[in-house]
Design a binder for this molecule. Structure first.
Ligand code: ZN
Length: 275
């Protein structure tokens, strides 16, 4: 399985030599492992002349000790494909120069859902896009889905997806405190804006790659709620489906997906110049 990895494994821990005060040189073996602060990644990517442009946070789902779903071939895991797509989308957006970009992770590291959402809040982002690869018991299920935030799931499957993604990274987000962050009015605005971005993304995707029937769905995703800005969770296709797996591992296919995402992001940001 590991042989087919897309990305080099990057250690999520730093090994520090002789940590304690005045440790003698011969105590080198007593090195300690320290978790990197997960929130380390507030780097903003932007081409020349983009200062002051809205910031879009791209969230590559899963990572580190949380691989997400494993593909039907067993050769690739969700965390690898989300990072590949996120990196390609970042590069495309930076090249096109209409927005600035941040990534919750740019390597293979574990982040809690709260860590991810906190990046959007700290940077006062205008948009938060969480990228995932779907998986289902039905091997024939395929196509992309866009989820936006709602208190009530649009359907049973959406509720199941949200439950799975909410479990994916140990949350640390409890709904009570999340609710208290935004007034009901602001929360409704966040949901409305998220839904309109989702509609736009479906529009840009249609005809370019396969979408599921009723591709825009709703559910209560912790990571979207906590982002406190318009946010969607995009499932790019099913890695539990053999055809979708081949497509999602193909950089040419991902290029089409990234272009749809980029165009939807730019159009959305342009209509919300205030952000
Ligand atoms: Zn996922």
């Amino acid at each position: 399985m590991a042989g087919a990895g897309l990305t080099a494994a990057v250690a999520t821990t730093l090994v520090l030599g002789g940590a304690r005060s005045g440790a003698a040189a011969d105590s080198k073996q007593a090195s300690v492992s320290v978790e990197l602060p997960a929130s380390a990644n507030d780097r903003i990517y932007g081409g020349p002349g983009t200062a002051g442009r809205p910031i879009v946070v791209i969230d590559a789902g899963h990572g580190g000790t949380d691989p997400g779903a494993v593909s039907v071939s067993g050769q690739v895991s969700e965390k690898q494909l989300t990072l590949a797509l996120a990196t390609e989308l970042r590069d495309l957006l930076v090249k096109r120069g209409r927005v600035r970009v941040a990534m919750t992770r740019a390597d293979d590291r574990y982040l809690s859902l709260e860590d991810r959402a906190a990046v959007a809040r700290r940077l006062n982002a205008g948009l938060f896009v969480s990228l995932h690869m779907d998986s289902a018991p039905n091997p024939l299920a395929r196509g992309a889905t866009v989820y936006s935030l709602s208190d009530v799931a649009s359907d049973e499957e959406a509720a199941r997806t949200a439950a799975a993604e909410n479990r994916g990274s140990s949350a640390g987000a409890d709904d009570g405190s999340a609710r208290a962050m935004l007034s009901d009015l602001a929360m409704r605005d966040q949901m409305d804006d998220s839904a309109s971005f989702a509609t736009r993304l479906v529009g840009k995707s249609a005809g370019r790659f396969e979408l599921r029937p009723e591709p825009h769905r709703f559910a209560a995703f912790h990571v979207l709620r906590r982002a406190a800005t318009p946010a969607v969770l995009f499932e790019a296709g099913y890695i539990s489906n053999a055809d979708d797996e081949v497509l999602l591992r193909d950089p040419e296919h991902r290029k089409a997906v990234a272009l749809a995402l980029a165009q939807a992001i730019e159009a959305d940001v342009a209509t919300h110049a205030r952000r």
